[in-house]
Design a binder for this molecule. Structure first.
Ligand code: NAX
Length: 328
């Protein structure tokens, strides 16, 4: 078969890493005929735990898994890599201000951007999962000037999938009957899940559901606050669903969206829909041949406009904050 694709996963010993690595190694990220070589990046204290996970990966005897290498040095971990999943991040702890959070993550994503710039393969694709994902992606992208900006993306696919699940329950249809769901903006509580362009079995979803109160008071807050609801119920944050969304994101990016459908990805804005150029914001995108494109020409009514503007405004503020901290 073909030469293995190098996939670097940061935060490999964390809970998302534990759910993600086995799915990558089984062929679900890139395809059932694509061998992969895993490169795990962890902080020194977590290298031993990563080694334990690597032992379990061995024990699965995955035919597509060409090998696993473990690093505590970003330059080595990203050398020659084709796909980078940046999962490891500094979580917000009690009493931490936003500036502290951004600064701590700048200390992770700046050197990782530099390492990607220095040594990743020419076809590198980057997905940032670690929060605050959009702004962490921006920091990494800004420190990789030789890599085309469109190769840096952040994950809103979990929000997208959550929105599909909620709408399918409300409408009593299968998730596969729903097309053209969109998440706009930041992967945060300000995100805007938009069903005005979505379709259920080919008909407009908002019109089919026809329940503005559900949309405003149930659907939008349920999707936006789902992460907190999972923590409340499970006693730990979303892990397997986040890993599943990361698999979906990269699989769609590499293999393309289906005709008549699109997905949600946070990508570098070109100014479409009034989103300031350069920020990494979620849009409806189609993918083909390993490239994404923002869906153009959608009509945005006042209800959607206000929500998109609020989330995008938060991203613009985060960019100002990291500029002020000298992180970009
Ligand atoms: P864990 O705390 O279980 O794991 C994080 C791992 O990252 C740890 O093993 C830690 O040692 C490692 N790490 C820290 N700094 C690192 C560095 N500089 N280089 C390499 N590894 C490093 O967190 P987990 O539950 O796996 O979540 C990971 C991240 O995903 C968090 O930032 C979380 O907020 C974020 N999420 C993002 C989601 C999204 O939709 N974009 C949803 C799920 C999740 O909340």
């Amino acid at each position: 078969t073909s030469t293995p694709v190098n996939v670097t996963v940061t935060g490999a010993a964390g809970q998302i890493g534990y759910a993600l690595l086995f799915r990558i190694a089984s062929g679900q990220l890139l395809g059932a005929d694509v061998p992969v070589r895993l490169r795990l990046l962890e902080i020194p204290q977590a290298v031993k735990a990563a080694e334990g996970t690597a032992m379990e990966l061995d024990d699965c005897a995955f035919p597509l898994l060409d090998g696993v290498d473990i690093f505590d040095d970003a330059t080595k971990a990203f050398a020659g890599t084709n796909v980078a999943l940046l999962v490891g991040a500094r979580p917000r702890t009690k009493g931490m201000e936003r500036g502290d959070l951004l600064e701590a993550n700048g200390g992770i994503f700046k050197p990782q951007g530099e390492a990607i710039n220095a040594g990743a393969a020419d076809d590198i694709k980057v997905l940032v999962v670690g929060n605050p994902a959009n702004t962490n992606a921006l920091i990494a992208q800004q420190h990789a000037p030789d890599v085309p900006a469109e190769r840096f993306t952040a994950m809103t696919r979990l929000d997208h999938n959550r929105a599909l699940a909620q709408l399918s329950k409300k409408a009593g249809v299968s998730v596969s009957d729903i097309k053209k769901m969109t998440i706009w903006g930041n992967h945060s509580a300000t995100q805007y899940p938009d069903i005005f362009h979505a379709e259920i079995a080919g008909k407009n979803a908002a019109e089919t559901v026809n329940d503005q109160s559900w949309l405003e008071n149930d659907f939008i807050p349920t999707v936006a606050k789902r992460g907190a609801a999972i923590i409340e119920a499970r006693g730990a944050s979303s892990a397997a669903s986040a890993a599943s969304a990361a698999i979906d994101h990269v699989h769609t990016w590499v293999n393309g969206t289906a005709a008549g459908d699109w997905t949600s990805m946070a990508v570098v804005s070109d100014g479409s829909y009034g989103v300031p150029e350069g920020i990494i914001s979620s849009f409806p995108v189609t993918t083909s041949g390993g490239k994404w494109e923002i869906v153009q020409g959608l009509e945005i009514d006042d209800f959607s406009r206000a929500r998109i503007d609020a989330s995008v405004g938060e991203l613009a503020e985060e960019r100002e904050a990291v500029r002020g901290l000298g992180l970009i």
